[in-house]
Design a protein around this ligand. Sequence first.
Ligand code: URP
Ligand code: ZN
Ligand code: ZN
Length: 477
Amino acid sequence: MADLIIKGGTVVNATGTAEADVVIDGERISALLAPGVADSIGIDGNASRVIDATGKYVIPGGIDAHTHMQLPFGGTQASDTFETGTTAAAWGGTTSIIDFAVQKYGERVEDGLGHWHELADGNCAIDYGFHQIIGGVDEESLKAMETLVDEGITSYKLFMAYPGVFYSDDAQILRAMQKARERGLLTMMHAENGPAIDVLAAQLAESGKTAPYFHGIARAWQMEEEATHRAIMLSDLTEAPLYIVHMSAKQAVEQVAWARDKGKNVFGETCPQYLYLSLEKQLGARSEEWGDFEGAKWVCSTPLRSEEEGHLEAMWQGLRTNDLQMVSTDHCPFCMKDQKELGRNDFRAIPNGIGSIEHRVDLLYQGVVDGRISLPRWVELISTTPARMFGLYGRKGVIQPGADADIVVYDPNGHTSIGVGKTHHMNMDHSAWEGFEIDGHVDVTISRGTVLVEDGRFTGTKGHGRFLKRDLTQYLV
Ligand code: URP
Ligand code: ZN
Ligand code: ZN
């Protein structure tokens, strides 16, 4: 007897679409049946539960491979806990996250990782894995990198930005990449020239240009292009595969495209904010209440870029041509009150980050509605490639027998209004997406056979989510 059948829907995988009923036994998918077969072999009447998905898409649960719950940043910490952040994720059709365990300069990697396990264990509503931030490359952290794969942590992040906090210089990057190549770790890179940015930012602030808008001016696209190129060359030299995170500059994407055309093992990720939000929007975002400071809602790094200069369009193009392979959120929420406010008099003190974990699946679906990407490409970007890139494929990222029953029933005729007091379960006092109207709606979210969200209610529990020990990236050769 089946535990659950999702009937009558259109199953969408990265490989294509099919009319099929999905049969779930326990935590796994046990069969995909052609329409009518469940009735004819009598499974239907015996199933414990049937969900009617007529007229809806049945897709693998979203995998958000770039989140920062409780990240310490700029004297405060990201406002979502693992409980609030993963609950919001479930509302938005995401059933797995990969968060960043943090090692700062002067700390032991093992301690940072242990702390991240403590924060997440027993608190997550959905499954979760970790990348490891290496914020201080030295003999000790290089040694610690050797055991990460055994712990199911098969990717790590370096920063070419944030001197004095997470920054690595070229020598450190080279050594980390050599170690990554040896152990099969995927190098994730925050590619911005931090030391040069800090000079520009100081010059702006000293000349009285302290409003949030100037955050993006200091973090000029040249800083992203240059760092992206440098990271590519270091990866080429060491033969360590490279994944550039949160890309927003069209010139930086051109670098990734150039590297890929030359056969290099280089990948690029962008985020919803770089597809829909712009420097122009940030500049224009002024209300009586916040004055010029309302722009702090959109302070993130890499920064929002100019729509007029074609950066947003270039991100969409990259997704279409596969020069960019993934869309993650870089979910790093901060409230205005007491957090973003820290930088009221100086943009350099505004904690960097935007919260989007609840909206990624919906926002990317607009690409389908607008004719920018196909349905299978939507699924590939939000679920299948993240699974393949980060060693989860087969278990996650696909609707097929044997896979975890992480499934979303998505209504293309539904509607989602984004904003505080509407769809908003993230622990933030504002939404960077306020007023966005979405064609489409997450009707049901299922994680390993357990229904987490349906009929506009959250039925999941904190602690349902399990730690994901990940395999090596599928893109390693
Ligand atoms: O603005 C951002 N991206 N905040 C999170 C930290 C990072 O660099 O990913
Ligand atoms: Zn970053
Ligand atoms: Zn990030």
